[in-house]
Every structure is written in structure tokens, then in C-alpha cells.
Design a protein around this ligand. Sequence first.
Ligand code: FE2
Length: 126
Amino acid sequence: MTLLWQDSYKIGDADIDAQHQKLFDLVNTFLAATDKAGLTLGAMRLFKYTREHFAHEESLMRKLKYPAIKAHVAQHNALLSRLNAVADSIYKDTLDRADLASFLSDWLVQHIGNCDTKLAAYIKLQ
Ligand SMILES: [Fe+2]
């Protein structure tokens, strides 16, 4: 279960592209963990970095008065809720890694391809 980063996922904003690649790396490190301690640590790192990355995008959106901020932030919050549930399932030994891997892959590809691509286009217009 590895999420493969592809250059076609780049949206043309160097900072955000680098952050997205790091997110893929953190997801892969997390999914590769072999025990509960590793999963817990991986989940914590992924959660922390995801929040930092979302904060970066959201502060840009606020600064630029991005019109679609509400829908974009709602998607971010949905992912954070899901990651919160992951921490709980690690604790209870009920984590389904295959299910999570496909969810994260679908979410990232969809969100980057739609919401973040539109944001990058808006940034370029400023
Ligand atoms: Fe985003």
C-alpha cells in the first residue's frame, strides 16, 4: 500500500506542491509502520503536518479573499475528522489499512485535482 506521487499532481505553486509531496511521503511512512507504536507516531506526524499544510492554504485563501474558501475549508475539516478517527482506531486495534490507503489516495487526488488546482489558478491571477 503505497501512494505514488506523480508530477501530474503538481498545481504550479512550488510551496504547495512541495507540501503535497511531503504529505504523500508521510502517508506512506505511516502505512508502512509495522507495529502500534510506529502507527501511532506516523499518524501523529501525518496529522500535525496535514494541519500545518491546511493552515498554509487557508491563510493564503483568507489573505487573497478567495471566493471558494468555505467549500475548500470544509474538505480540509472532513479529512481532519477522518484522521482523528484513525487515531482512535489505532488505539482500539481496528485500523483497516487498505481501506484507509484507498480513502487517502482518493481524497488527495480528488482534492488536489479540484480544490487545490482552482486555488493555484486564483493565486496566479493575483
Ligand atoms: Fe487544500
